[in-house]
Design a protein around this ligand. Structure first.
Ligand code: F6P
Length: 467
């Protein structure tokens, strides 16, 4: 049985490149390397012309098969429908959802093109595992062309209730394509519930718990909360303490004895970065005794900058940090540092370890792996405290964090104060419970559990495309 992974972006590793620690891409690569397999998707490059050939690159037992997008496809499929319609919609942000028929047509066309290209590479026993919202209709396109292989899908982001999802034009057509999968993995049981009730309401599906029947097809929909490589991340963080060259050493010099509150996110409105900066400002206003003795570091590498809502967020976060620093800072103390660049995983592990508080306060998030990385990086004898949004999927597993509502600025400000004042015995108690959870459900657990379920699905059902 060969595993075939399909995702929007595919990064082909350099010939000599060792797997970096952690991350979904690394976990999937490892799963492929163990048994051999194929990884198909967008190369990340743009090229023009009528045909977009598929390039195959062999690395050990893994074949990478990549194709470019045209600029028009990038605009409609990736920036347009995936990231201006589906992304905000799935994150419950109807006000930011921009639907365009041209973008939707482009999205379907790229899924069709990917299906045709993939079919040429498929073997009869392949098990196909498709990832994320860019590729929801891909299985339907494959089924329409006669593919009867097992096909699974994992949805990495939230799935909203049908009152929200239904606002998308053509939402019933799109959701009906879910029925072409044998197994659909979601991050949380809330997402499972929303997807199943959407299928019932919009496609007349019948369900008995996790099995959903649409027409003659049966699909299993189940929660598989994604994890991280806990052991690798723990080791990185421990090593950062000993290393003389990591940014952690520089951070120590620059921060001195000051306490550190850290946030790490792609610069994305779903992450609640502006609201978090405001909450830190509120904390300093409500508790002036902390001024000068605590700093906040927000690492926010820019993301999808061609999408207007992201450019606006970039402007807002600069404005908020600048305003708060001007109002609250001192000549020898800058309360907030926003750093808009990506750091290595080594450096991040060091920052997490140094920080007394990890602020993970998305307005909505599928899982949020920063919450898990922050815990994995802590010193077990003197751990920091995780402040976690109740709207992150991670909150359903990580109840021993300080759970907050990111819309409540004063509430988050008070949680920061509670975290900074928490006695060591309580910090250790919470840390141990959280560590045990993330360790028991790490990335290997996730990959194995999903693939075992996908290969165990009863395939006696006819493989027909949904109406
Ligand atoms: O699941 C969220 C996701 O869209 C992933 O598919 C992707 O790896 C990540 O966010 C970064 O997004 P992008 O590929 O648009 O930069």
């Amino acid at each position: 049985m060969r595993l075939v992974i399909v995702s929007n972006r595919v990064t082909v590793p350099e010939r000599s490149e060792k797997a970096a620690a952690g991350g979904l891409a690394v976990a999937l690569r490892e799963a492929l390397e163990k048994q051999g397999g194929l990884w198909f998707g967008w190369s990340g490059a743009i090229s023009e012309g009528t045909s977009h050939p598929v390039r195959t690159i062999q690395r050990g037992k893994v074949t990478y098969a990549v194709t470019d997008l045209s600029e028009a496809e990038r605009q409609s499929y990736y920036l347009g429908f995936s990231n201006r319609a589906l992304w905000p919609l799935m994150h419950y942000r109807l006000g930011l959802t921009e639907f365009s028929r041209t973008d939707y047509t482009g999205y379907l066309a790229v899924n069709r093109r990917f299906a045709k290209a993939l079919i040429a590479l498929l073997e009869p026993d392949d098990v196909i595992w498709i990832h994320d919202y860019h590729l929801i209709p891909l299985a339907a396109e494959l089924r329409r062309r006669g593919v009867t292989n097992r096909i699974g899908y994992f949805h990495h982001i939230p799935w909203p209730p049908s009152e929200v999802f239904g606002a998308l034009p053509f939402s019933s057509t799109l959701i009906s394509t879910i029925a072409s999968y044998d197994l659909v993995g979601m991050q949380t049981v809330v997402d499972v519930r929303n997807l199943i009730s959407g299928l019932e309401a919009m496609c007349g599906a019948k369900s008995d718990g996790r099995k959903v029947r649409v027409g003659r097809r049966e699909t299993v929909i189940q929660a598989f909360p994604i994890g991280i490589d806990v052991e690798a991340f723990r080791k990185l963080a421990a090593a950062s303490v000993r290393s003389a060259t990591t940014p952690l050493k520089t951070a120590k010099e620059s921060l001195g004895a000051r306490k550190l509150v850290v946030g790490v996110d792609r610069l994305d409105y779903s992450k609640g970065i502006v609201q978090r900066l405001e909450a830190f400002g509120q904390f300093l206003r409500s508790h002036p005794e902390h001024r000068g003795s605590v700093s906040m570091l927000q690492i926010a590498p820019p993301s999808r900058s061609d999408v207007p809502e992201y450019a606006e967020l970039d402007r807002q976060s600069d404005e908020t940090a600048g305003r708060l620093n001007a109002a609250l800072g001192e000549f020898d103390w800058t309360p907030i540092r926003v750093v808009k660049k990506a750091y290595s995983r080594n450096a991040l592990a060091g920052f997490y370890r140094r920080a007394q508080v990890g602020l993970v306060t998305p307005m909505r998030d599928g899982m949020n792996l920063v919450a898990k990385e922050y815990i994995a990086a802590q010193d077990p004898l003197d751990p920091g405290v995780l402040v976690l949004s109740r709207f992150a999927g991670a909150a359903q597993q990580m109840g021993e964090a300080l759970i907050v509502n990111p819309y409540d600025t004063h509430g988050v400000a008070e949680a920061i104060r509670t975290a900074l004042a928490m006695p060591k015995s309580e910090r250790i108690r919470r840390f141990e419970a959280l560590y045990a959870t993330i360790d028991a459900t790490d990335i290997d657990w996730w990959t194995k559990r999903y693939l075992d379920a996908l290969s165990g699905i009863d395939m006696g059902l006819p493989d027909v495309a949904p109406p």
